[in-house]
Write a protein that binds this ligand. Structure first.
Ligand code: ZN
Length: 314
């Protein structure tokens, strides 16, 4: 009995992304098999780790919504092969055609799979600023994919989104109305959220983190990110949240590990500045409360340096 339980525990937790588990779905280039999060909404949860050969760059969440009159995909993934593998999974659960791909931002793991969907004749929608960021960074993103993913990078080409939006866009398809939102400045240019009010579900993209440490990029305005959170995200009050990375959760959890983390880091850097501290010391402000998050080692000191540069002139 005990052994059965242990085996079940070992085999039975596909939704728990982790940076310690190299691959949860060896039969597929995907890191994990899509799970149905709420009725009609599936997500293939990526590793909460940096991109590696083992996870093939599937380190963010690739979701899809079966509307009753076609499928909407969120994120084309880090490569042609990941987009293709997701398509295989979609075909296993529905024969409705894929009608639209929405991408969450301008990062390689949101858009390098675009070429696969373009070849299928599926339109790809991105925020204008996300499209611009991808245009700037795509060659570098592709070179990096080829370096770590090796044969799993084959077939990947740079393909721009076919449609852009600037404010918000409402899409009704089948039984579902979804709002494609840009709530405001947060993690990176053109951050996009897919909000489905009738199901109180938000596919949040990288505005929201919980299992891994949020990355703060040079030029990211963390005070803006907090403001966007408080004034635009909180009022929507989603019951279910599929974040950009890590398993599906709720608003309280992503608030704790995104907004509260940003507030804490800003408070620590603020105190360091008050004390006349310099950049070299800023890297080592106390972030031990967040040590259990995946990618802590890669990001904690870097984040501190970026926030120091931001706050130095506030
Ligand atoms: Zn991301």
């Amino acid at each position: 009995m005990k052994r059965i339980l242990v085996t079940a525990l070992l085999l039975g937790s596909p939704v728990f992304a982790s940076e310690d588990i190299p691959d949860q779905y060896p039969q597929s280039v995907l890191y994990s098999k899509p799970v149905e999060v709420i009725p009609h909404v599936f997500s293939a949860i990526g590793a909460t780790a940096p991109p590696t050969y083992d996870n093939a760059g599937h380190n963010n969440n690739l979701s899809f919504i079966i509307t009753g009159d076609g499928v909407i995909v969120v994120n084309s993934g880090a490569s042609f092969k990941l987009a293709q593998a997701l398509h295989t999974e979609i075909k296993a659960v529905t024969n409705q055609p894929i009608k639209l791909v929405i991408v969450e931002n301008g990062q390689g793991h949101a858009m390098l799979g675009n070429g696969y969907w373009v070849a299928q004749g599926v339109p790809i929608l991105a925020h204008t600023e996300a499209a611009a960021e991808f245009e700037d960074g795509a060659a570098q993103d592709l070179a990096s994919l080829q370096r770590y993913a090796l044969e799993n990078a084959e077939g990947t080409v740079i393909a721009m989104p076919t449609e852009t939006f600037t404010d918000n866009k409402t899409i009704t398809m089948g039984d579902v109305t979804l709002e494609v939102l840009h709530l405001g400045p947060a993690h990176s240019p053109g951050d996009t959220q897919v909000w489905i009010p009738q199901w109180s579900l938000m596919i949040a993209g990288d505005i929201a983190f919980h299992e891994r440490m949020p990355p703060i990029f040079e030029g990211t305005c963390t005070s803006c990110w907090i403001e966007t959170w408080d004034t635009a995200l909180m009022p929507l009050n989603p019951t279910y949240v599929i974040p950009g990375h890590g398993h599906p959760t709720n608003l309280a959890q992503v608030t704790r590990y995104t907004r509260d983390y940003l507030l804490d880091l800003r408070a620590k850097i603020g105190a360091h500045l008050e004390d006349g501290g310099d950049l070299a010391g800023a890297y080592y402000v106390d972030q031990s409360a967040w040590r259990h998050l995946d990618t802590f080692e890669e990001l904690a000191t870097k984040n501190a340096g970026v926030v120091f540069a931001e706050m130095e002139f506030e």
